[in-house]
Design a protein around this ligand. Sequence first.
Ligand code: NAG
Length: 231
Amino acid sequence: MLAALLLTLATSVLAAPSLKRAECDVTKLSIPLPSGQTTLVKPTNFTPSFIGVGVGVQNYTCGSTGTFTNVGALAELFDISCASPLSFDSLTDVIFDAWKDAPKEITAADLIDTLAIFDPPNVLGQHFFVTNPITGSGLSPKWDFTSASLKGHGDAFVVGAKVGDLLAPTDDTANIDWLQLNAAEGDLANAIFRIQTRGGQPPASCTPGSPEIFVRYAAQYWLYGGDFAPK
Ligand SMILES: *[C@@H]1O[C@H](CO)[C@@H](O)[C@H](O)[C@H]1NC(C)=O
């Protein structure tokens, strides 16, 4: 039953024919960032290497002051590089809508397990959190393609350090911030952007002591530079 539901979800997520091929060259594309802000800055020394839609959850715990704190995330990244750039945002919508409406009992880990049957070429890799490699404490975001599109390349991962954080340009109470990160470790990318976020924000308040929550989201991830850009 769960397997059938998952398969339906996966099939609808991947219905777009443009998602059927492996990574296309995206080095000539330019990330669309909002005008009138200086928080997120287009790299001048690197070109895009990978463009994916991440689908998964943002994790939150409830602090003693009754507000949620982000404590990590888990997501699967789908390659959208072969789609028309004009359809990137609508693909992000389609994927988020399918995930948002999926039965509650389906976890992000279930989604990733099921979607692995499409891998490769559709799945670029996974996004999750690891211990900060520089300080040895706290969590840092990681993008890891070593068990999907870049299987066999042990250094095809990047751990990011945030350098820019912008409220989502539309509906920032529902949609998580847009981000820019630099590589702290790994060769997959030199810079990472999270843009076109859909969902992922927690409720405004919570009851201290209540359990961790997992809020579904999707977003575009643009990876710049690194050693693995598809030729
Ligand atoms: C986030 O939640 C998912 C469950 O949906 C879990 O697998 C993952 O380990 C969590 N990550 C962190 C850093 O809490």
